[in-house]
Ligand binder design. Structure first.
Ligand code: NI
Length: 432
């Protein structure tokens, strides 16, 4: 197993607000961190194959993007400034119906390129042609939890069910363990209870979790109450969904009981502040969720409703939104916001306690930021610098599963020019 030593960086381990070590070091063996802390903290006799001089840089855990539709990068800026249902029904869904398998590969590759360049090391994705997504993830060297979006009311309802066991068999635990699979029933308003029950039963048999959109809009909640007499969360709970590991995207419109269920059942909420703002869905009650003991990660959602995949922006938006919506400047302080972007999403990868922290035994998914930038001076509080001042272009080096994937802002796993050329010609075909 390869041994890597990163020396001289300001190491932010994220164990607590004060675990920041100037001139620190990180020792990596194979896929795991063996130590992270001040200079001299590497184990005695640690003999690295390679040493990275990271003087002038800041090391922190890679970002975990807990909710994406990766290949929707192909639809970026195709339709904007529209109401959600009009956006979906008149623009997004008709174009998606024309997507071919290879489009998904290149759209996902563009997504991976953008994520790596902005410091994201893992993501939870829901889309279709998921074998293409898995191939792109494998090539890009990223970590991902992949789900085929299942629509129970459409012509592909049965096909989506049949695909479940096949996709799990082909990809769960593959790419050296970097790829895991969940089943992805899209939402309660596209998957009626009978269909959801089939998905839940299948996931139980396959031993995998669920990735689903829940309580995204007020209309969704009103419709579920009208049709079933229950909120979306309480409806899926009554069907047994929360007996499985659940990654629930959005959770914008919740009542007290909904939050109790999410906490008691240890669901992970994917908070997507910029998508929720752009589609005017509302502001998720993140402060209340965290107070209730719910694990909350951050996500970008698809690039068509964001319109980028920049987790630093999400982190800042999340913090600022909680402050302004609760009229409390103490809401979601910097350590908590950075925690949501990192360890908060670990459970979405099935790696709770093993991802999003720089400490012994955790996966070696980490990033180095070039800190010789005006917005990082003076050096008062690194946590505040990262959350309120950092830019994704500060990311210099990205390491995933112990492998250097970007160095000096050059992505080593992806041919950038090939991606741009493929994506541009495919988008032209799709939108003409
Ligand atoms: Ni989504």
């Amino acid at each position: 197993m390869g041994k890597l030593l990163i020396k001289g960086a300001t190491v932010i381990t994220m164990e607590n607000h004060d675990s920041v070590f100037d001139g620190g070091e990180i020792a990596v063996e194979g896929q795991n961190i063996v130590s992270a802390g001040p200079a001299g903290s590497a184990p005695e006799g640690f003999d690295p194959d390679r040493t990275i001089d990271a003087s002038g840089m800041v090391a922190l855990p890679g970002f975990v993007n807990t909710h994406t539709h990766a290949a929707m990068t192909l639809l970026r800026s195709y339709a904007d400034d529209l109401p959600l249902m009009k956006w979906l029904e008149e623009k997004i869904w008709p174009l998606e119906a024309r997507l071919e398998a290879e489009d998904i590969y290149w759209g996902t590759m563009l997504c991976c390129l953008e994520m790596i360049r902005s410091g994201t090391t893992s993501f939870a994705d829901m889309y279709f042609f998921m074998d293409q997504v898995a191939l792109a993830v494998e090539k890009a060297g990223m970590r991902a939890s992949l789900s085929r979006g299942m629509i129970g009311v459409g012509p592909e309802a049965q096909q989506a069910l049949d695909y479940g066991p096949e996709f799990v068999g082909r990809w769960h635990g593959q790419a050296g363990g970097r790829i895991t699979v969940r089943l992805g029933p899209h939402a309660p308003y596209t998957c009626p209870p009978d269909y959801l029950k089939k998905v839940i039963e299948m996931a139980g048999k396959l031993g995998v979790g669920i990735h689903i959109h829940l309580a995204e809009t007020r209309t969704e909640v009103e419709d579920m109450l009208k049709n079933y007499g229950k909120t979306p969360i309480q409806l899926v709970e009554s069907l047994g969904l929360f007996e499985l590991p659940v990654l629930a995207a959005h959770c914008v419109h919740l009542d007290e009981r909904d939050m109790e269920i999410l906490a008691a059942k240890k669901a992970i909420v994917a908070h997507n502040p910029e998508s929720n703002m752009k589609l005017a869905s509302g502001i998720a009650p993140v402060t209340a969720l965290l107070k209730a003991g719910v694990a909350v990660g951050l996500g970008t959602d698809g690039a068509a409703s964001n319109n980028n995949l920049d987790m630093m922006e999400e982190m800042r938006s999340a913090a600022l939104l909680q402050k302004v919506s609760t009229m409390d400047p103490l809401a979601l302080p910097s350590f908590q916001a950075l925690g949501m972007a990192t360890a908060g999403g670990a459970g979405a990868m099935g790696l709770e306690g093993q991802l999003g922290l720089l400490k012994k035994g955790c996966k070696a998914d980490l990033i180095l930021l070039d800190a010789k930038k005006p917005h990082f001076f003076p050096r008062n509080d690194w946590m505040a610098h990262i959350v309120y001042a950092a830019q994704s272009s500060d990311v210099d080096t990205v390491i995933i599963d112990g492998n250097v994937v970007m160095e000096g802002r050059k992505v080593l796993t992806i041919d950038e020019d090939e991606v741009y050329q493929q994506v541009q010609s495919r988008a032209e075909r799709l939108t003409k």
